[in-house]
Design a protein around this ligand. Sequence first.
Ligand SMILES: NC(=O)c1ccc[n+]([C@@H]2O[C@H](COP(=O)([O-])OP(=O)(O)OC[C@H]3O[C@@H](n4cnc5c(N)ncnc54)[C@H](O)[C@@H]3O)[C@@H](O)[C@H]2O)c1
Length: 702
Amino acid sequence: MTDSVRILMCAPSHYEVDYVINPWMEGNIHRSSREKATVQWNQLYEVLKTYATVDLVEPQPGWPDMVFTANAGLVLGDAVVLSRFFHPERQGEEPYFQQWFEAQGYKVYLLPKSLPFEGAGDALLDRAGRWLWAGYGFRSELDSHPYLAKWLDVEVLSLRLVDQRFYHLDTCFCPLTDGYLLYYPPAFDTYSNHLIELRVPPEKRIPIAEVDAVNFACNTVNIDRVVVMNQASEGLKKALGDRGFTVVETPLTEFLKAGGAAKCLTLRVTEPRPESPQASTVQSRVVHLEGHLLDTGLVNRALDAIVAGGGSFQVLNFRLGEQRQDQSAAEVKVSAPDAAVLADIMGQLIDLGAVSIAEEVSEANLAPVVQAGVAPDDFYVTTIYPTEVLIGGHWVKVQGQRMDGAIAITQSAEGTLARCKLLRDLAVGESVVIGSDGIRTKRKTTTLKPAKTEEFSFMGAGVSSERRVELVVEQIAWDLRRIRDQGGKVVVTAGPVVIHTGGSEHLNRLIRDGYVHALLGGNAIAVHDIEQSMMGTSLGVDMQRGVSVHGGHRHHLKAINAIRRCGSIAKAVEQGVLRSGVMYECVKHNIPFSLAGSIRDDGPLPDTKMDLLEAQADYARLIEGADLILMLSSMLHSIGVGNMTPAGVKMVCVDINPAVVTKLSDRGSIESIGVVTDVGLFLSLLVQQLNKLTGDYAQKSA
Ligand SMILES: NC(=O)c1ccc[n+]([C@@H]2O[C@H](COP(=O)([O-])OP(=O)(O)OC[C@H]3O[C@@H](n4cnc5c(N)ncnc54)[C@H](O)[C@@H]3O)[C@@H](O)[C@H]2O)c1
């Protein structure tokens, strides 16, 4: 017997699966046998008595899980941090364990009542005595870790649990004598696995397979070179044997029904203090969120981003708007296991419009551009939302906002200039904002919108959606008329499908009536429009009769050739070669257009810009100042345009494929509307609606 080791246990006199607070308990309510549990518990008790002194705490009626003494608290030296149970079902155990520790002369530390921490179930000392591993994610809160570091004067390494079956650290992780580690890697997130690999050398790691993990092989009591567990596979016994450990199996199947085994049934109450000084890398920030937090799903997205990013949160306060039009506000404390993880999470929260609360805001961090066209590592990637950066104590508005850029800072006589730039445009001598400090984005919160951009399905089978498309078309027609009458700007991006589906006559009409102020597309829209205008076919199909024309497959090449002969589309119009169609209307009405080249292009037309950087710059120029962008059946150009458009510009994406519409709405812009329908029908409805609005349906109907 090792005199120095003392273990606390609690007899299973009141043990029962009475409720479900972990996946093991599901389906097991009242299915455990107390008689069998007592036999198994006694066997474990006898085994442990041969290696250690076992103390007992009095079991209490009504608290069936008290048998799992690992969750009483965390002992180190003469101090104990008492557990604060996450589930009310176990909170009643706390006073009994507190009494026991006080009676034994321990100094008892009490965490705030609202801060869950489940003792040695979620905090395990490295057996080489160097640090404390602490789990979070299900039962214990990350914010409890700095308390452990301070009170117990120990370095705390935080590990995030991600598999609900392994809800406590001691169900999937077991430090062993001499710095060995028995653990089940898939129970942890990537960051935690990386941390484990950094601290424990490969020869000391003993990763176990799922078959052993679900038999609670990690829920092991380790005393010197002995490991006591429920069950181990032959492979695991060999792996442990090769490292000088003796495996003692003692069946604990009745306790597995409640999600516990050997380690859960014990608490080591003699733990020598490690040498290392206190430290916890846990970092926290408080952020403020404001707007229609519930209607827009913003608060859920923010909390999901924190958890998915490896952090944890506490909602410090939430003020719900009382009326439908009122905004809500929330303050949320965000904690992460270290500064790098916090910075990543903060980057995502800033994108969602969260602001660090005033006293915590620090200046934006800058790093110089040392190679033209290359940003420093860790540069802040911009979003579509208006952004400001804190430089020299002032919030400076970022100009030229677009997504997927970097924020370049330059100083001039007028002061600090912050500009959103593409990587390729960064110049040596500029500085770039890095990290997530001193950055805030603003989201439009004045209008109430559905939680997710609504997709209006017209063609979708079984959905009575025609009326819904009509409704959205009514809204778009209203916007187009308002923007035109107020001297605003509407940009149309269009693919060749507009022509194939017979939509060109309607698009022509929109251009003629002053609803379109710039047209963006590729080679194809122009080629097929010109083919239709010159030969009456689109891709060789007669647009009047809907049948293929003999030799029609060459028509588009003939159309390209004719324009090439003239030198440009404008010259073809001038020379009377091109006399109708979308491109003709653009030239005639001085509507600027830009055709971006692609690898698919035939010809190309002389106007098609085959230099993509030039084409992108041309698109950006034409988008500037747009109030609305109508994206008509071109995935390539619609997504390209979406990426370079700042928030605040309304986007209407019409495509037959819901995935394209969703891709655009995923930018998070609450201004975007997706319409899943045939583009020819959409344009026809739109023109009809505009005619109704302007009262000239009868005379001008196309
Ligand atoms: N001859 C040519 O030079 C030629 C021909 C075709 C394409 N291209 C070029 O290839 C690139 C990509 O072309 P793209 O933009 O047509 O292709 P794309 O695949 O990017 O977009 C076509 C979109 O139209 C949608 N669509 C199909 N039928 C529809 C309908 N009835 N109603 C509504 N939406 C419908 C599709 O779901 C798709 O999202 C462009 O640069 C284009 O100019 C060149």
